[in-house]
Ligand binder design. Structure first.
Ligand SMILES: [Fe+2]
Ligand SMILES: [Fe+2]
Length: 170
């Protein structure tokens, strides 16, 4: 049986992943409106990744005999600025998510829940990738600056993103 504190923390984490998915969908809509379909497509992929993360935790919770408690998903931010501003927000969101995963891991360590620690290792590695992909996008956008043709090239590059082959199948 899973510890109630871990059960609650996993439910919170599921909510956080769903909230991230919702935010990335809002960012995709912003890019669609700005005619940056490559950036929008990148955000759709990112949204799918977050849903996959939520489902991975969902199945884990159920496999451990825990109870699922789905919570309200907050309204995401609706108005955004430049692509650089969007990716800075995304980076902050990922950093907050990393902190939350780390907190969950700490809790699992404190109560000697080895199975949860093991399960979370995948998420710890994944967060390194998540933060890196935002940092890479920020670096490219900073290089592009106000150059519109560079922005169009970036838009095309971002649109070429494929699904993450490392992501777990559902
Ligand atoms: Fe995630
Ligand atoms: Fe993420």
């Amino acid at each position: 049986m899973i510890d109630p504190k871990i059960e609650q923390a996993i439910n919170d984490q599921i909510n956080q992943e769903m909230t991230a998915a919702y935010s990335y969908l809002a960012m995709a809509a912003h890019f669609e409106k700005a005619n940056l379909s490559g950036f929008a497509s990148w955000m759709y992929q990112q949204r799918l990744e977050e849903l996959t993360h939520a489902m991975k935790l969902y199945h884990y919770l159920i496999d451990r005999g825990g109870d699922l408690a789905l919570k309200t998903i907050e309204n995401p931010q609706k108005e955004f600025g430049t692509p650089l501003e969007v990716f800075n927000i995304a980076l902050k969101m990922e950093q907050a998510n990393t902190a939350s995963i780390n907190q969950l891991y700490k809790l699992a360590t404190e109560i000697s829940d080895y199975a949860t620690q093991s399960h979370l290792k995948w998420f710890i590695d994944e967060q390194v990738e998540e933060e890196k992909s935002m940092e890479d996008a920020i670096a490219m956008l900073e290089l592009a600056g106000d150059d519109r043709s560079a922005m169009l090239v970036l838009n095309q590059q971002m649109g070429a993103r494929q699904g993450d082959p490392g992501a777990p199948a559902e």
